[in-house]
Design a protein around this ligand. Sequence first.
Ligand code: PHE
Ligand code: NA
Length: 501
Amino acid sequence: AAPEREQWTGQYGFILAAVGSAVGLGNIWRFPGVAYENGGGAFLVPYLVALLTAGVPILLLDYSLGHRFRGSAPAVFRRLGKGFEPLGWFQVAISFIIATYYTVIVVWAIRYIGFSVDMAWGEDPAAFFTGDFLRYSGAGLSTDYVGGIFWPMLVLWLVVLAVLALGVQRGLERANRIFIPLLAVLFLIMVVRALFLEGAADGLTAFFTPNWEALGDPNVWIAAYSQIFFSLSIAFGIMITYSSYLKRRSNVAPTGYVVAFANSSFELLAGIGVFATLGFMAAQQGVAVGELENLTGPMLSFATFPQIVSMMPGGPIFGILFFTSLALAGFTSLISILQVVSAAFQEKFGLSRVQVSLLIGGLAAVISLALYSSTSGLAVLDTVDKYTNEVGVVLSAIATCVIVTLGARRLPELRAHLNAVSTGHVGRWWSVLVGAIVPIALTVMLVTSLSTLLGERYEDYPLAFLNIAGWGTLALMAVAALVYTLIPWRRPVDDFTPEPL
Ligand code: PHE
Ligand code: NA
């Protein structure tokens, strides 16, 4: 028989954990750069539209699926209909893949807390990051390992797997109860400090000045939707898994609004903090903010920020605050994504938490160390991230909408479920968005990304490399989804009846 399902201690614990998952590297390093590149202040329009038309509706969809069908992603989709289990495993595969590279970024952040103390990056932080620190050798699959990454990464994996083994309440919830308030405080101090820097106002002006023409560019809208999906951790099984641990009597829908609001607030705050800081840098160099380089991706956090820390009075403290925030935000997201994998393997194979942590977690750790602690890790990460998010996650979101609406025809039931357990009323608008508007918008997005990926080599990486690291990863996820579906369940999955409405 199946053991009792684990539970959060209550609504507050769940909110903290869900916010912990949502607030991550996406808020701190991804959002500011994306917003800046895509119209600055004007980006807030597509961003809000994406949040309201796709972010919140899909968040509620994930919550209703997990809360009503009470299982890991594969169990939930199977309970919708036997043929739908592969989608659950596809989401598990996405989570597994993302977890393997998310760890290395958290490790970078942790190492940079230390580097901040004596500003170890020296005169040229960009060269330090790719050179001295990563020893980056370009696109390929190198087996030359970097000790300064490998060993801390091994330790991080042990800590993360220990948290998973401790379980939902004593592991995940407890980690979030400590780390999320701490993150909020540290980050707030950093942002306030940034606002008092010379030049901060210019940075904010650069960030918020709207370029309205950008709104006519479809790529700006695509950027907004993908930012929202990544940032809210939706459509790859995380929120299905997390909400399956909510007590049956839980106020589900308002909880979703709180989480979405907290995540976006954090994101805006990060934009403000980062751009105030960039304004300072521009003022020091006597240039306009728009002329600064390295404002996106890993370079923003690991090259530009260190450079600013070096210029700033009290810089080391600022650096410690920034990189600690980054590490905490990344850690709480990492455990959420691994819980997707853990829950699925526990249920399908009848394993205990500890067994899953040792077996599956161990495997993830080995793959993660092998690929990302070597000198080619940066290019592999960049490519896997791109293809997984732009193709894998979007595909998974479309499939979820279509299966729920047309395949299983459960949309009315899920809305009734939300309304039965929540205060406030989720109206028909939700069904229209989930059933039609979101899947159509996402299909347009997917076609556009696919044609770009097929038409030009991403980052000019060699074709063979992209075929393996990009398309190969996607193919592997699809195959894994089918293979795992074929294995029989060791724990009862089908004799499940949702609560009467
Ligand atoms: N929501 C996270 C963020 O904004 C992204 C994420 C979380 C990605 C968990 C993967 C897993 O950074
Ligand atoms: Na986020």
